[in-house]
Design a protein around this ligand. Structure first.
Ligand SMILES: Nc1ncnc2c1ncn2[C@@H]1O[C@H](COP(=O)(O)OP(=O)(O)OP(=O)(O)O)[C@@H](O)[C@H]1O
Ligand SMILES: [Mg+2]
Length: 346
């Protein structure tokens, strides 16, 4: 028997009742996550991209146990998290940590960095006595913060340094999985690159797995072994980064790729933006067919009626699109974008 993956998410759904729950009757449901499946192996990175409101954070929070799924399961090392005892759940919490876009809001302003890092070490009984201070020193070194940072407060640091503190605190628990929820979105581009390099180095050194959430495909690609594209609570395409950039079959993925700048200036000049018409539909009572059908340039009547399953198109590629098999013929339609040179984004 092969070992179970580190993380397995199966048909996960997170629906929020609108208007204060059942006491107010049925006013609709926000289907933030609506039937998501994926696996993540130890030490690997799955990138998760999609527009604002498509359910990325809700999915990340459900993975680490901060949200209770409406249905479906989250399995860590072969054990379903929902079936765990309270003591086991504490142990699971230690194994999975989360870092956020704005570390400031998740750091206690009245605690020094040293206290912030020592707290989870003591809480989970990972070190005792002088071992705690030694571990705090080690953690500061891991994220390239000076030892003197220990006695200072979060407000004394820059955004990039605060993100390093957030990362050190997540690592204090010696987790196997870290959910990174847009950890560089609020930072300057030069600082972004430093934090991305740090995350990669930490993965090499510690073997930690990442679920890396972002809305820019170009950023997510830098750290991900595999990328899942999310739209309205569903994964519409999934593949190794290289496969996805070369062979994307879903029109939404193609639009995202067309919006990602290419580092090579020669290729960048040839890049064409695919501008999607309309806004994403609301996750309140979403359409029953393909979630993207209303904006898709190649939708057929079936797309509006039936939801396409995520189907394999190769060892490391899966697509949820009724027309995915016809992509070569559809390419000319999908490629009718506008030149991307004006530098606008949207
Ligand atoms: N507790 C909640 N109650 C009701 N609706 C919620 C709740 N949390 C999230 N939502 C809704 O679920 C949808 C998905 O939200 P989520 O924050 O997961 O999106 P996201 O992809 O992380 O967006 P962003 O890129 O802006 O961070 C949104 O429509 C949001 O308004
Ligand atoms: Mg979010």
């Amino acid at each position: 028997m092969t070992a179970p993956p580190l993380l397995e998410v199966a048909d996960l759904r997170l629906h929020f009742p609108l208007g204060g729950g059942f006491a107010f009757g049925r006013r609709g449901t926000v289907k933030a996550v609506d039937g998501v499946d994926f696996r993540l192996e130890a030490g690997r990175t799955l990138g998760l991209v999609g527009e604002s409101g498509c359910g990325k954070s809700t999915l990340g929070r459900a993975v680490v146990g901060l949200e209770t799924p409406t249905s479906g399961s989250v399995t860590l090392g072969g054990r379903n998290l929902a079936a765990r005892s309270r003591a086991e759940r504490d142990a699971d919490r230690r194994r999975m940590q989360m870092i956020f876009q704005d570390p400031f809001s998740s750091l206690n302003p009245r605690m020094t960095v040293g206290q912030t890092l020592a707290e989870p070490i003591r809480l989970h009984g990972l070190r005792e006595g002088p071992g705690v201070a030694a571990r705090v020193r080690e953690l500061l070194g891991l994220v390239d913060l000076p030892e003197g940072a220990r006695d200072r407060y979060p407000h004394e640091f820059s955004g990039g340094q605060r993100q390093r503190i957030g990362i050190a605190r997540a690592l204090a628990c010696e987790p196997e999985l870290v959910v990174c929820d847009e950890p560089v979105s609020a930072l300057d581009v030069s600082i972004q690159a430093q934090i991305m390099r740090l995350l990669k180095r930490l993965q090499d050194e510690l073997g930690v797995a990442y679920l890396f959430i972002g809305h820019e495909l170009g950023v997510v690609r830098q750290v991900s072994d595999e990328i899942a594209v999310m739209y309205l609570g569903q994964i519409v395409e999934r593949g190794a980064g290289r496969t996805l950039f070369r062979e994307a079959r879903h029109a939404y993925t193609r639009a995202l790729i067309s919006a990602a700048p290419i580092p090579d200036p020669r290729l960048e000049r040839l890049r064409r933006r695919i501008i999607l018409k309309g806004d994403p539909p609301s996750p309140i009572d979403p359409p029953s067919g393909c979630p993207f059908a209303g904006r898709c340039p190649v939708a057929i009547p079936r797309c509006h009626a039936e939801r396409p399953p995520l189907e394999r198109f190769g060892p490391d590629h899966a697509v949820a699109c009724w027309r995915a098999g016809e992509t070569p013929e559809l390419l000319p339609i999908l490629a009718q974008g506008a030149p991307a040179r004006d530098g606008t984004s949207g």
